[in-house]
Ligand binder design. Structure first.
Ligand code: HEM
Ligand SMILES: *[C@@H]1O[C@H](CO)[C@@H](O)[C@H](O)[C@H]1NC(C)=O
Ligand SMILES: CC(=O)N[C@H]1CO[C@H](CO)[C@@H](O)[C@@H]1O
Length: 328
């Protein structure tokens, strides 16, 4: 109920966004794609996601990140969901996978959907919906999800190394986003996803303890913040996690930008947002205006991200199990 009420308060913006989508040429996905073939599809995913997020709200972050990883490798085709096989190490087995979790939510939604309408709803669409519903469930922004993605058959561990790296500089990040058809604005807006969730200490160890190989700390990191991070993360720690946005890591808000502006972004890739005129202007604007346009911007950029390299029509397949190709 609360869910419905919160959506209706966003109706004007959502209608506008939906209109923009409907008018945009070249997009093969459609809002309400399953209306005839599986009318309850979106409601089923929403309900399964709510069941999980209500008991484990911290799953929203890795589920959002999972959708990002899926879209950046081979397009949003569910390739991140495929399991490794005897002859193939899948994306899941790549180094950035270590902290991805929440696959059980996707599988639970798939099981419910296969019961309601077998062979109809793709795993790639399920992931796109779950990411949206999970973020909305923790009171983040809501965005319309055009559907009709089909599932890819290929997933290669090594390709996960092409994801943007936490030590990427601004030029690298801009180029990586541009190669997916995403703008500089999309980069700074979507980086705001780091307002929720956690990171492994090992991801920031070099930045804290051996930045240039001389036992030093990244000088761009707020020196008053360094002792806090060091107290959480020892140099060799492989398992501890730190909050991306301390004190507010479960809340989807503009605090990411406040942190970055204070030079407390956890990754070099977050700090790098201060190294470009457009991205740093956006960081400042959101930090100083308490995120005046962050939710709308995030919604818009997520819709764009969700369209990267999608398979539609008769390409790919509708997997029966999200971890397996149908004929593997
Ligand atoms: C701009 C390039 C990006 C880089 C370099 C990057 C890098 C990372 C890294 C290294 C982690 C922590 C992994 C770990 O050690 O546990 C992480 C976590 C996360 N990322 Fe990103 N990311 C980027 C963009 C995005 C985007 C576009 C989104 C979604 C819109 C996103 C959402 C998240 C979330 C929610 C987490 C927390 C996951 C959790 O709590 O388990 N990131 N990211
Ligand atoms: C720091 O980096 C240097 C150069 O890469 C390396 O030789 C040294 O072993 C590292 N120190 C630690 C404590 O990892
Ligand atoms: C769950 C899973 O597949 N984990 C793998 C993540 O990647 C590392 C190596 O990069 C593997 O050792 C894990 O088994």
């Amino acid at each position: 109920m609360a869910y419905q009420k919160r959506i209706s308060s966003h109706v004007p913006q959502l209608l506008l966004l939906a209109l923009v989508l409907a008018c945009a040429n070249g997009y093969d996905l459609k809002l309400g794609f399953y209306q005839k073939t599986c009318p309850k599809a979106e409601a089923i995913v929403e309900s399964v996601t709510a069941d999980h997020i209500s008991v484990a709200p911290s799953l929203a972050a890795p589920l959002l990140r999972m959708h990002f990883h899926d879209c950046f490798i081979r397009g949003c085709d569910g390739s991140i969901l495929l399991d490794s096989t005897k002859n193939n190490q899948a994306e899941k087995a790549g180094p950035p996978n270590l902290s991805l979790r929440g696959y059980q939510v996707i599988d639970a939604a798939k099981t419910a959907l296969e019961k309601a309408c077998p062979g109809v709803v793709s795993c790639a669409d399920i992931l796109a919906l779950v990411a949206r519903d999970a973020v909305y469930q923790i009171k983040g922004p809501y965005w319309p999800v055009p559907l009709g993605r089909r599932d890819g058959r290929i997933s290669i561990a090594l390709e996960s190394l092409t994801l943007p790296a936490p030590f990427g500089n601004i030029d690298q990040l801009k180029a990586q986003f541009a190669s997916k058809g995403l703008s500089v604005k999309d980069l700074v807006v979507l980086s705001g996803g780091h307002t929720i969730g956690t990171s492994l200490c090992s991801t920031i160890a070099i930045r804290l303890y051996n930045f240039t190989g001389k036992g030093d700390t990244d000088p761009t990191l707020d020196s008053e913040y360094v002792p806090y991070l060091k107290s959480k993360c020892s140099p060799t720690d492989k398992t501890t996690i730190v909050e991306m946005d301390p004190g507010s890591f479960r809340t989807f808000d503009e605090r990411f930008y406040t942190n970055v502006l204070k030079r407390r972004g956890l990754f070099q890739s977050d700090a790098a947002l201060l190294d470009d005129k457009e991205t740093s202007a956006y960081v400042k604007l959101q930090a100083q205006s308490h995120g005046s346009t962050f939710f709308e911007d995030f919604a818009e950029s997520m819709v764009k991200m969700g369209q990267i390299g999608v398979l539609t029509g008769s390409a790919g397949e509708i997997r029966k199990h999200c971890g397996l190709n149908n004929y593997s």
